[in-house]
Design a protein around this ligand. Structure first.
Ligand code: NAI
Ligand code: OAA
Length: 328
């Protein structure tokens, strides 16, 4: 017997990431090849015609798993009974624009959407914020949702998976090992150049990647800036932000959260106080997923270098948090 469809709400459905994301969700890449889905697409009134066009193309793919699709400009309709919400819609950073400028522009959007999710979605809804600045937008949506109650505050995430995947790829190139051989990577902190991609625990076919590379100068001067500034490098090259790789990372994040992971995955999750990160701050942590839930991996040793990096990215998040405090 086929499974009952799950409802997936996607905001910013007419945007670039939306265009890379929706077809893969409908093809079963996110929730499984046996899991029917209903897409609930939210975008601004002026983008509704474009969303209709995307829906026409979804029709034309004749996806066997696509059990329905609706388009709306009303968050209460988009999030109704949603099992998963992907909050992609936001004002994207354009060439030369600072992330800080995005904070106020996006704060209002995520207050409204957090409230609408808490009032309308399933009680165990899983929410992933992609729209930047995604950690703080997730923090805002979670704060608005907590005021309503009903949903699980632990289920409001920000997306660090693109940073994780970028770091994996750089490490594979450096070590000459296939991506699939690399295990136990973590990217701590904010989805911004301040993030700290940490391969001290990473193994390649069981061997220590840190020992294989054995090059702290490369780590500090090449690896971390390359991963941290990759988004800006893509914008510089394409004139547009990274859409296909961001969509891929969103699919990876939700896929592993729902279906489980056999390796560590980096997720931007509300801190439970682990590693000295204040409770509630949405922070990139090493996680493992099972039975539809996730856990922060505890007890990893934090050396002085790492503590410095983690504190730096936390400081940035604390500043973002202070900047939006009056909106909450
Ligand atoms: N976390 C991550 O790793 C990454 C995040 N991003 C972020 O994702 C976001 C989306 O990027 P793109 O798809 O390239 O942008 P885009 O500009 O192509 O699309 C954004 C869409 O969101 C819609 N939108 C704006 N406000 C909305 C609202 N209040 N409700 C619903 N829809 C709304 C717009 O009408 C547009 O269709 C940006 O904030 C970008 O910075 C991009 C890449 C990676
Ligand atoms: O800065 C942006 O808008 C794009 C982004 O987050 C990334 O590619 O990491």
């Amino acid at each position: 017997m086929s499974k009952a469809p799950l409802r997936v709400a996607v905001t910013g459905a007419a945007g670039q990431i939306g265009y890379s994301l929706l077809f893969r969700i409908a093809a079963g890449d996110m929730l499984g090849k046996d899991q029917p889905v209903i897409l609930q697409l939210l975008d601004l009134p002026q983008a509704q015609q474009a969303v209709k066009g995307v829906m026409m193309e979804l029709d034309d793919c004749a996806f066997p798993l696509l059990a329905g699709a609706v388009a709306t400009d009303d968050p209460n309709v988009a999030f109704k009974d949603a099992d998963v919400c992907l909050l992609v819609g936001a004002r994207p950073r354009s060439k030369g624009m600072e992330r800080a400028d995005l904070l106020t522009a996006n704060g209002a959007i995520f207050t409204v959407q957090g409230k609408a999710i808490a009032e309308n979605a399933k009680e165990d809804v899983k929410v992933l914020v992609v729209g930047n600045p995604c950690n703080t937008n997730a923090y805002i949506a979670r704060a608005a949702a907590i005021k309503v109650g009903r949903t699980n505050p632990a289920n409001y995430h920000g997306m660090l998976r693109l940073d994780h995947n970028r770091a994996l790829s750089q490490l594979a190139a450096k070590t000459g090992k296939p991506v699939a051989a690399l295990k136990q990577l973590v990217v701590w902190g904010n989805h911004s150049p301040s993030m700290y991609a940490d391969y001290r625990f990473t193994t390649a076919d069981g061997a220590s990647v840190k020992a294989l590379i054995n090059d702290p100068v490369w780590n500090n001067d090449v690896f971390l800036p390359t991963v941290g500034k990759r988004g800006a490098a893509i914008i510089e090259a394409r004139g547009l932000s990274s859409a296909a790789s961001a969509a891929n990372a969103a699919i990876d994040h939700v896929h592993d959260w729902v279906l489980g992971s056999d390796d560590w995955v980096t997720m931007g999750v509300p801190s439970d106080g682990s590693y000295g990160i204040p409770e509630g701050v949405v922070f990139g942590f090493p996680c493992c997923c099972r039975n539809g839930g996730y856990e922060i991996i505890k007890g990893l040793e934090i050396d002085d270098y790492s503590r410095g990096k983690i504190d730096l990215t936390l400081k940035e998040l604390e500043e973002e948090r202070a900047a939006v405090a009056s909106m909450l």
